[in-house]
Design a protein around this ligand. Structure first.
Ligand code: AGP
Length: 627
């Protein structure tokens, strides 16, 4: 949440900062601002609302400054008004700071600083930082690197999760950055250096990137980078090389990133198949078909799995639970990370804890995993932590926290509504469940071979849905542009897909939508139904097919318009539903991957039809890095 950028080098900073903020706007878009150091002063421009407002304000202003910082905000403390927009400055307007995160002890610090004469201009937690740095600077005149030391002293007073970038009119060759529980990457160029909350802002300039770790700060000058810990010790750090190219973070002709990302899903499934499964494996082999090396966390003693996640990742976890329980016969618990943190289940022995987060930066998921690690450390061997992360960003905070991750190979996802990373999370759970089932011998090799053959069909089946359905769904969506409520029904392995269909619709179209287990409707929610409330039911062939059709009939009897995600050419489905979103024939166990595609398209086209900002829906941010 919130995106920060910084630049120091040989080029005009403000254009680079604006371009960087554009790449980070998915992290928040309540306001934006830029501060640069020029002619011995800090120049700051800020604007309420989206980045284009800031662009408009800066249009025509020549600014040759070669040092600057920028921010795009998702409001936590203080309304989304210009006076609360970052950068924030000290009283003398010499120090400017941008921050991503929350300073938990800002009230105490603010009172203390006020008592020393500092006047505050905003309602934010961040504003204490420039004042604190300025205060520290007054005591550090003799230090060889006063600005760096002042920032270091200041961050040692801060509590909470934060990443900051700071500039100072008196130190025009220094950009200081610091990280504590919020992401911050440094990009290495030729005589120029960059910092950003996320790598898409860096890849247009460089592939050499260093991710700061918690408790680290760095001094960037046109000559190089020095990294220190918060205690002041110099650290040896080297950048890694990213294998991304700038094209990956462009829309490539699609109207929105979300639509592009929906269309990337066949490729993502192929990438997962290649990464997770042995291409040559057959039922006659005596090794696992799963290529992931999970031996350090999986052994024959494993008794329980617990999965912690938020939002769409939580829905993927529910599918994961189904797969692990049905294929590997291990009791599996799925918890919202934000709930688990404050009411963890009693400790169970020999338990694998899986954290699922596409961004690898979701504060609740990270905190829940940290808590689990802490409460198990020092306990008898059977209670020791065994942590696994499932993420699209193995280099993220999650990657630093857990010893083992499954990489989702989905490429950068920019649309705030997760689509291709969800599909990849499902693929990761298929791989994990198959590996567990193979190890525990709960699945016959021939059945394993059958499931793998089915998985290999998925990319072309998704392509088939995209080719045959998109135009139709676009037209169908027109009929719902004024609809106010939707119900999504599913059962068994497709109940989480009903939840996901409803979440996609509500987050981008702002239509109220509920996902429900189809059999639960009659216990209350059926009272909501009438001709104005369409019902989308996922009715895939398998153990609950007839049951879902009956539940759909119950909705029809209450005048609801019935939309069915069903197998292609199914006469019973054709008779039951008013509108069909058919998918190619697939076995029930694999059906979530196909069933979710028409629901993503439906949500997308309804939102696009309503003229909404699909990629940056109101009040949301892609990485939820605050509690
Ligand atoms: C997905 O469409 C949502 N924007 C949101 O629910 C998201 O899945 C959630 O915030 C978790 O994000 P993560 O996977 O990065 O942890």
């Amino acid at each position: 949440m919130c995106g920060i950028v910084g630049y120091i080098g040989v080029r005009a900073a403000s254009d680079i900062l604006l371009a960087g903020l554009e790449k980070l706007e998915y992290r928040g878009y309540d306001s934006a601002g830029i501060a640069t150091v020029r002619d011995g002063d800090v120049h700051c421009v800020r604007a309420k609302g989206k980045l284009h407002n800031l662009r408009d304000k800066m249009a025509g202003i020549e600014n040759p400054a070669r040092l600057g910082i920028g921010h795009t905000r998702w409001a936590t403390h203080g309304k989304p008004e210009e006076y609360n927009a970052h950068p924030h400055m000290d009283v003398a307007r010499r120090v400017a700071v941008v921050q991503n995160g929350i300073i938990e002890n800002y009230r105490e610090l603010r009172e203390e600083l006020k008592s020393k004469g500092h006047e505050f201009r905003s309602e934010t937690d961040t504003e204490v930082i420039p004042h604190l740095i300025a205060e520290c600077l007054t005591k550090l005149g003799d230090s060889p690197s006063p600005f760096l030391d002042a920032v270091r002293e200041a961050v040692n007073h801060l509590q909470g999760a934060f990443a900051i970038a700071a500039i100072n009119a008196d130190y025009p060759d220094e950009l200081i950055v610091a990280r504590q529980q919020a992401p911050l990457a440094i990009g290495f160029g030729q005589g120029e250096f960059f910092c950003a909350s996320d790598t898409p802002a860096l890849v247009p300039h460089t592939n050499a990137v260093l991710n700061l770790e918690n408790g680290e700060l760095a001094k960037l000058t046109p000559l190089g980078i020095e990294v220190y810990n918060f205690a002041g010790d110099r650290l040896k750090k080297h950048p890694r090389t990213l294998d991304w190219n700038p094209i990956q973070v462009e829309k490539q002709g699609f109207k929105h990133f979300m639509l592009k990302e929906i269309y990337e899903q066949p490729g993502v499934v192929r990438a997962c198949l290649e990464a997770y499964l042995d291409e040559k494996w057959s039922a006659a082999d005596t090794t696992s078909p799963v290529k992931l090396d999970l031996s350090s966390i999986l052994d024959e003693n494993l008794e329980h799995v617990q999965i912690l996640a938020c939002g769409t990742s939580w829905h993927a976890a529910l599918v994961g639970k189904y797969l692990i329980e049905q294929l590997a016969e291990i009791p599996t618990m799925v918890q919202y990370a934000s709930e688990f943190r404050y009411a963890p289940a009693p400790l169970t022995a020999n338990t694998l804890t899986v954290g699922v987060t596409q961004s690898g930066e979701t504060a609740d998921t990270l905190a829940a995993l940290e808590m689990e690690k802490e409460r198990r450390t020092g306990k008898p061997p059977e209670f020791q932590p065994r942590l696994l992360g499932i993420t699209n960003r193995p280099e993220s905070s999650l990657g630093l926290l857990v010893p083992q991750t499954i990489d989702l190979h989905a490429g950068m996802e920019i649309g705030v509504a997760a689509t291709k990373t969800f599909i990849a999370q499902l693929m990761a759970f298929y791989a994990l469940a198959l590996e567990l089932a193979y190890r525990r011998k709960t699945i016959a090799p021939i059945r394993l071979e059958e499931i793998i053959a089915g998985l290999r069909q998925l990319p072309s089946q998704i392509e088939q849905i995209l080719e045959s359905q998109e135009r139709y769904i676009e037209e169908l969506a027109h009929e719902f542009s004024e609809t106010q409520d939707f119900i999504f029904l599913g059962r068994g392995i497709n109940f989480p897909i009903a939840l996901e269909g409803a979440l996609k619709l509500k987050e981008i179209s702002y239509i109220h939508a509920e996902g429900y287990p189809a059999g639960e409707m009659k216990h209350g929610p059926i009272a909501l139904l009438d001709a104005k409330v369409p019902v989308v039911a996922i009715a895939m062939q398998g153990s609950v097919y007839d049951k879902v059709l009956s539940n759909a009939q119950e909705a029809k009897a209450r005048d609801s318009r019935l939309i069915g995600v069903t197998p292609m050419d199914d006469p019973e489905a054709e008779e039951t539903f008013d509108d069909l979103l058919p998918v190619p024939p697939v076995e029930e166990l694999l059906s979530p991957i196909l069933a979710v595609i028409p629901l993503q398209l439906l949500a997308y086209h309804i939102a696009a039809r309503r003229g909404l900002d699909v990629d940056q829906p109101r009040n949301l941010a892609k990485s939820v890095t605050v509690e």
